[in-house]
Design a protein around this ligand. Structure first.
Ligand code: ADP
Ligand code: MG
Length: 559
């Protein structure tokens, strides 16, 4: 506690924000000013999340109690220039208020600041959602924010208050039932958000897909502001592209259009409605972050959890909802772990996404857009999912040494314009030489350096195509994909890459023996090779040892 003031009988504690929060507030308030209506989206989304969370926790914890009134209420008070957003959700304890609203939990301000600076203006609003700093958007429109909250399961309430300039206060409060009231004392230039029509327009634009009911107080009555319709349950033909896209943006905090929208209804061994999206751009955080799918599980429309791992980690870029009839509404966490229904949902959803990718892969240019964003995530599946490895292999794409060479070297300044070609394993196999039984690849840090590698001289001289693998994950998965269409995959750095014709072996035997002696334990052998045409020496990995790039990575990670 940094200071105390007596206010009536209650003690008000004053706390300084962490330095991070101060800078963040500044960033949010200034960088996003032109889009400031999104404060409402963020606060309503938080209130809806809290309501869902309470419902779910109440299933297993009797002290939580059922949600009294499930709606999120928005109440404008024109004379007082105040806007109230109230929910009957899980609420926050004193510690949670300080932790959730006084510090930055998820990501550093610096990373956020960087991204904001890089982002196009229209991308900025989605960033605050992705970085988990939505609450602070309130300070774009409010000169003072008061949050009164009572945690479900407790009878204490607390008020957190701040003017967004350096500090906040915490004081004991009263609240009859669990939940949270957020009162915004609006800035003079933000009075438009007291107009029920304006509020409704914002809610419809941003929050229409929230399944928790949202009401706006108008002339003393609460009017429903969102449809709350489960879009995914409507027949596909009745869902417009605009609606689907809006739902996608809401789900993933994205601002773009999805690359794929997969909307279907399954009847059979398991019944469900699903609406899944492959993003049209790479999100800033999730791909590198947590390695798990956040596809939402609903039971008969009701949100249950986004931790059911409905898709494998290598499809974690897919966003969306799966809504099933085959689980009871009061499904508990324990039951979720034990039920065979989840395995069926997973199998069906994974198969459907893979078949969508397979179809779209037929259009190379279209598929390239997907591959650039998420190819490296998909490749993880070859490494760690034996069941789907064979299905993923045809979806892989590579840079290849052949493609640019055959087109002829680009003229000066032209290279930037030309999009390099992506090659599939099937295409590679189709143009293999007569008698070639191996798919050759070379792993390294970037395709340009790889293309110039002396490792390739022999291959190039013989006109053999080599796949250039320049993604960090490429050091791992090839080891698990032993072959494709019956052709072995081999790295050219492995000594088995001898192409025959080592005619000079005899002539240099004295030299190799001397080198071997000089290098001692540092090498396992020194041999003459037919792999080189211009360079004098090349490092090679043992035929059955780890690939060279793999050795480099292992060294870097201290193994
Ligand atoms: P995010 O929602 O992405 O976590 P926010 O800045 O929007 O980030 O909110 C921070 C945290 O504050 C939330 O994760 C949640 O724990 C808490 N919170 C915010 N609003 C509410 C609310 N109405 N009820 C309960 N908890 C809330
Ligand atoms: Mg939020």
């Amino acid at each position: 506690m940094d200071g105390q003031e007596q206010a009536g009988t209650a003690t008000v504690e004053r706390h300084e924000f962490g330095a991070e929060v101060g800078r963040l507030l500044d960033l949010v308030v200034h960088a996003l000013y032109s889009e400031r209506e999104i404060f409402l989206r963020e606060l309503v989304a938080n209130a809806a999340d809290a309501t869902d969370r309470r419902r779910f926790e109440a299933l297993t914890d009797p002290s939580i109690g059922a949600v009294d009134s499930p709606a999120v209420r928005i109440v404008p008070d024109k004379p007082g220039r105040q806007l109230l957003i109230a929910d009957s959700g899980i609420g926050m304890s004193r510690e949670e208020l300080a932790q959730n609203l006084g510090t930055i939990a998820r990501s550093g301000t610096r990373a956020f600041g960087h991204k904001l600076a890089e982002a196009k203006p229209e991308e900025r609003p989605s960033l605050i959602g992705q970085f988990g700093v939505g609450f602070y958007a309130a300070f774009m429109v409010a000169e003072r924010v008061e949050v009164t909250s009572r945690r479900a399961g407790s009878d204490e309430a607390w008020t957190w208050a701040s003017d967004g300039a350096g500090s906040y206060t915490l004081a004991p409060a009263e609240r009859e039932t669990p939940g949270t009231d957020i009162v915004l004392h609006l800035k003079p230039d933000a009075e438009e958000y007291l107009d029920p029509d304006r509020i409704e327009a914002v809610v419809r634009k941003w929050a229409d897909h929230i399944t928790v009911p949202i009401t706006i107080a108008r002339d003393g009555r609460d009017i429903a502001a969102n449809e709350g319709t489960a879009l995914w349950r409507r027949p596909k033909a009745e869902v417009s592209e605009a609606d689907a896209n809006a739902f996608y943006r809401h789900l993933g905090h994205m601002f773009d259009t999805p690359w794929a929208t997969i909307h279907w209804r399954a009847e059979g061994t398991v019944e469900f409605y699903a609406m899944l999206f492959v993003p049209g751009s790479k999100p800033f955080e999730p791909v590198e972050g947590e390695r798990r799918s956040r596809v939402r599980l609903h039971v008969r429309r009701m949100f249950i959890t986004d931790e059911a791992d409905l898709l494998p980690p290598w499809l974690r870029f897919v966003q969306g909802v799966i809504d099933t009839e085959d689980l009871p509404l009061n499904v508990s966490r324990e039951m979720l772990q034990a039920t065979p229904v989840l395995a069926r949902l997973r199998r069906a959803a994974t198969g459907r996404v893979l078949s969508e990718l397979k179809t779209r892969a037929k259009d190379a240019a279209d598929y390239a857009a997907f591959w650039t964003n998420f190819g490296s995530v998909l490749k993880e599946g070859v490494w760690d999912d034996a069941e789907h490895r064979a299905e993923i292999a045809p979806l892989l794409r590579f840079r290849s040494l052949r493609a640019p060479a055959e087109e002829g070297a680009p003229a000066e300044g032209e290279s930037a314009k030309r999009t390099p070609e992506w090659v599939s394993l099937a295409e590679y196999v189709a143009r293999m030489h007569e008698g070639q039984d191996t798919i050759w690849y070379l792993v390294g840090d970037d395709a340009a350096a790889l293309a110039a590698s002396p490792q390739l001289e022999g291959m190039r001289a013989k006109g053999i195509e080599v796949l250039l693998l320049d993604d960090p994950i490429d050091s791992f998965w090839p080891e698990r994909l032993d072959s494709f269409e019956g052709r072995k995959l081999r790295s050219v750095t492995q000594a088995a890459a001898e192409l025959g014709g080592a005619a000079t072996a005899e002539d240099v035997s004295v030299l190799t023996a001397a080198m071997k002696e000089a290098l001692g334990d540092r090498v396992s052998d020194v041999r003459a090779t037919g792999r080189l045409t211009d360079s004098a020496v090349v490092l090679a990995a043992a035929a059955h040892g780890p690939d060279l790039q793999m050795q480099r990575l292992l060294r870097r990670s201290g193994r």
